[in-house]
Write a protein that binds this ligand. Structure first.
Ligand code: ATP
Ligand code: MG
Ligand code: MG
Ligand code: MG
Length: 369
């Protein structure tokens, strides 16, 4: 009997469009001999649909960088499953599309209400096995302020930052501006605490541009980070939970992204086909590779991750030191995305990676119940 995998995608986040692309690849490559696939899309207003990503995609703008990707054709039923929570929790069915429960959920969503522990909490409550990090690691990993504190506590180097909350900023912007200028200087980076795909991220070169950047980042979150800008090489690693619990997580070969823009912005990631070059493996010495892999393993463990995560490091061009930039617990998952590409270069094909992730999800559920 085939394992029924619900692929949950879309969602109410700034990364909705990216999720449609990721889900299209996951659906395409999940092994049809082993799995029956039930695509469930969450539209931008939060309504749930039993249909493939191409149906929701028709209502949004396509991302140019993926325009050469093969089309995914899935049987679709655009009927809204507006009570998604109840449907999941009870295993309720819509008779036209499927009957009964699914065995496992693969959340292929990025950002808020997706990667931040909310969906994970819903699935825990519904007692449904799911791919990836649990509630705690998802929530901590999503919040860059909290994640940096946990990583710092684990002895990892993170870039110096100042946390700004909207109330504080509204009350006394000049005090905060002065503090940022003194502690961090310019250039600096301003980013929402909870976001992704560089949505709301700004490089600020002078003091007079700071307020506008902070105001913009505060559109996406009530808490933002201002970080010292460092001159960086951007290093990314894929981490996979080890099915043997006693063993350390598995870390891929090291990758590097070289944006052709001022930084690795949303435009460089998704709108400009020549926005960045990926180097797999990264052009590092064997010692640097090993250091990067040790750091990635440590991040995954410190944040109590399960399943998968992509760990992004900065290699400071001046000091040669590594900093942990951030972790992404549901990283981009198109067949051209860094997470699966790094595993491919490490000997695990895209399809095998998906199977491993489903196996890990089922194994965790068995272990915990
Ligand atoms: P992702 O899509 O990987 O989830 P994100 O939205 O979580 O990204 P960050 O990775 O924090 O955002 O920042 C986006 C980009 O901005 C980085 O890849 C890098 O190019 C640049 N950047 C962010 N912070 C710094 C910094 N302190 N110094 C130099 N560059 C930075
Ligand atoms: Mg991120
Ligand atoms: Mg992200
Ligand atoms: Mg990033």
């Amino acid at each position: 009997k085939k394992i029924r995998v619900a692929v949950l995608y879309g969602g109410r986040s700034g990364e909705h469009e990216v999720s449609l692309q990721s889900a299209a690849s996951v659906i395409r490559y999940l092994d049809k001999e082993k799995y029956e696939i039930i695509p469930i899309g969450i539209d931008k207003t939060g309504r749930w649909h039993l249909s493939g990503p191409e149906v929701l995609a028709s209502t949004t703008k396509a991302l140019p960088i993926y325009r050469n990707m093969p089309e995914v054709v899935m049987p679709s039923n655009p009927d809204a499953l507006s009570t998604g929570v109840v449907a999941l929790a009870s295993g309720a069915s819509t008779p036209t599309t499927f009957n009964g429960k699914f065995d496992v959920v693969f959340p292929v969503m990025h950002g808020t209400f997706s990667e931040d522990g909310t969906i994970q909490g819903l699935l825990e409550l519904a007692d449904v096995p799911y791919v990836g990090c649990g509630v705690l690691a998802s929530a901590v990993g999503m919040d860059k302020d909290i994640a940096k504190r946990v990583m710092r506590d684990a002895g990892l180097q993170v870039v110096p930052w100042v946390t700004v909350r909207n109330g504080e900023w509204a009350r006394n912007p000049s005090a905060l501006e002065a503090r940022i200028a003194k502690e961090l200087g310019f250039p600096c980076f301003v980013k929402p605490a909870n976001a992704g795909s560089s949505v709301g991220v700004h490089k600020v070169k002078t003091a007079d541009a700071l307020a506008a950047a902070i105001n913009d980042a505060l559109r996406y979150d009530t808490k933002i980070l201002v970080e010292k800008a460092i001159s960086v090489r951007e290093i990314e690693l894929s981490v996979l939970e080890n099915i043997q619990l006693s063993e350390e997580p598995l870390v891929s070969v090291v990758g590097e992204v070289t944006p052709t823009h001022e930084f690795y912005s949303y435009e460089a990631k998704y709108l400009d086909e020549n926005g960045a070059a990926l180097h797999i493996p990264a052009l590092l010495t064997p010692t640097q590779m090993k250091t990067a892999q040790d750091i990635a393993r440590c991040v995954f463990t410190a944040l109590e991750c399960e399943g998968l995560a992509r760990v992004d490091l900065f290699l400071d061009k001046e000091s040669g030191e590594f900093y942990v930039n951030e972790i992404n617990t549901l990283p981009g998952f198109t067949s051209i995305s860094m997470y699966p590409k790094l595993w491919e270069a490490s000997g695990i094909s895209y399809a095998d990676l998906l199977s491993k992730l489903v196996d890990l999800a089922l194994a965790r559920h068995t272990r915990k119940s």
